[in-house]
Design a protein around this ligand. Structure first.
Ligand SMILES: *Cc1c(COP(=O)(O)O)cnc(C)c1O
Length: 486
């Protein structure tokens, strides 16, 4: 049975169920598998599987659930909530393969993990004999919030509270969250950025007195952010899936490398890819793509992580992050707990640390705003394919990587959002004349140029009632949580 240990102290251990319920270690570290398991199916077996069967083979290695429990979680998560039976299409356009992770209800890749996390949490709570209700606290740069709300709305025994940067998300993202239905949901705009929200929420998770106060009222906190191992593990599945599809489509034969460029914020998505490679997937190189908040690019180039810099609000808001939490997991796999503990202490006190990068399968690239716009326009002109702004950052990063490395290994661009979430910037990239129109009118135009119908979940978004109007200072998040009338 798999054991999880802390990234800052290896004496902190947990079963999978405990790790999912706690979200974060008591000392603020993250849970990692003590040993990354190896895939136990043959390529021939994997090639026969649909998405759900593949998810089962990956997840069973990381969880302490029975076969029945796990199959229940998977069949309820990956069903017709996704608008294609493949769940995740791999589409070839021009010089790249696009792994479209945005076919779920909220049109972003966060749905891949957040459609299953509520089931994993309920199962874990049952296994642990937990009596309290769960309060999910979530900091979001735009997409996690909606995907978590959609996953947890109406779920018995769970309340969910989401904090988003009031001025740091797209109009569609904001409306998706503020119109959320469900008596157990609470959405709060904060006057601050994503890092402020994430830091406050992480602090609450390690705040023993607040935890005790909530426990008296019959609640326990947990996390739907990618610091929760229950978020990370379901994301490993689609790296296997991409590889299998690339073989089926004749791009590679089994055993040949397949590279991935991943638009990165909190480092969760790309870390899942790295885990897949450690499990035995013959993946090639991983390009970690950043926008102007290129703290990870600098880190992979220099070995110094320095968050002391200006924060940029960009057209790829879900990557506007200076503290990439999941990097801590990679650091620990490479350098062990003692080094990680020291690095994280430096990050806390000085905002900067140095680390030895012993694994060269990941490198960094970044794209400026102009390069992001250029990528959207060029790919559209050459192929007719319309990408969202985050995917465009990855595409631009791929072009730089290709020029630098001279590599011609097939490349998967991990496509994290539908262009319909970011219509204004996407359409403006195609033609500046569109800049005059509002984000919602532009959906019709996007439909015309892309020939992809407006996705059902956002077709009537503009007509929905705004149900959440809470706003809170970044310094008052703890108070807000404490005083909320559960
Ligand atoms: C969350 C998100 C990312 C970044 O993913 P991480 O796992 O945080 O690195 C990239 N693109 C989109 C659209 C996202 O929602």
């Amino acid at each position: 049975m798999i054991t999880y240990i802390g990234t800052r102290n290896k004496e902190i251990t947990a079963s999978a169920s405990e790790a999912i319920l706690r979200g974060i270690c008591p000392d603020g570290g993250l849970y990692i598998p003590k040993e990354i398991p190896k895939m136990d199916c043959t390529p021939e077996q994997l090639m026969q599987m649909d998405y759900r069967q593949l998810a089962y083979e990956v997840l069973k290695l990381y969880l302490d659930f029975t076969k029945e429990e796990l199959q229940y979680c998977i069949t309820h998560a990956y069903d017709d909530k996704f608008d294609t039976p493949q769940i995740v299409p791999l589409v070839k356009k021009g010089d790249a393969l696009y792994l479209e992770l945005f076919h779920g209800r909220t049109l972003a890749f966060k749905d891949m993990a957040l459609s299953i996390l509520p089931y994993l949490m309920k199962t874990a709570a049952k296994r642990q004999g937990m009596k309290e209700d769960i309060v999910i606290l979530t900091a979001t740069s735009g997409d996690t919030g909606k995907a978590a709300l959609e996953g947890f709305a109406g779920v018995d025994g769970v309340k969910i509270m989401v904090f988003f940067p009031e001025d740091g998300v797209s109009p569609v993202q904001k409306l998706q969250m503020t119109t959320q239905e469900g008596e157990n949901t609470c959405v709060v705009g904060i006057r601050g950025n994503f890092d402020d929200a994430q830091s406050a929420v992480k602090q609450i998770f390690t705040d023993a007195s607040l935890a005790e106060e909530l426990l008296q009222k019959g609640y326990r906190f947990s996390s739907a952010n990618s610091i929760n191992i229950g978020r990370l593990v379901p994301q490993i599945v689609y790296y296997y899936w991409a590889y299998i599809q690339a073989v089926k489509q004749g791009e590679i034969t089994w055993g040949q490398p397949l590279d991935f460029t991943v638009p990165t914020g909190n480092f969760g998505d790309i870390l899942a890819g790295w885990y897949a490679a450690q499990m035995g997937l013959p993946a090639g190189h991983f390009v970690c793509a950043s926008n102007d908040n290129k703290v990870l690019y600098d880190f992979f180039r220099t070995g110094t992580y320095d968050k002391n810099r200006a924060f940029h609000v960009t057209v790829s808001p879900s990557m506007d992050i200076l503290i990439s939490s999941n990097l801590e997991r990679l650091l620990c796999h490479m350098g062990g707990q003692d080094a990680t503990q020291a690095e994280m202490a430096d990050l806390q006190t000085k905002g900067i640390y140095k680390a030895d990068i012993t694994d060269n399968s990941i490198s960094g690239e970044y794209a400026t705003e102009a390069e992001t716009f250029d990528a959207i326009r060029t790919v559209y002109q050459n192929t007719g394919y319309v990408m969202d702004t985050h995917t465009a950052v990855a595409y631009a990063a791929y072009q730089k990587y290709k020029a630098e490395s001279g590599s011609n290994t097939p490349m998967v661009i991990v496509s994290t959002a539908s262009p319909y979430k970011f219509t204004k910037d996407v359409m403006t990239a195609l033609d500046t004349a569109y800049a005059q129109k509002d984000a919602f009118a532009l959906m019709q135009d996007l439909e015309k140029v892309s020939h992809v119908p407006i996705p059902a979940p956002i077709r009537d978004l503009e007509k929905k009632t705004i149900r959440h109007k809470n706003v809170c200072e970044k310094t008052q998040i703890r108070e807000f949580v404490q005083n909320w009338k559960w």
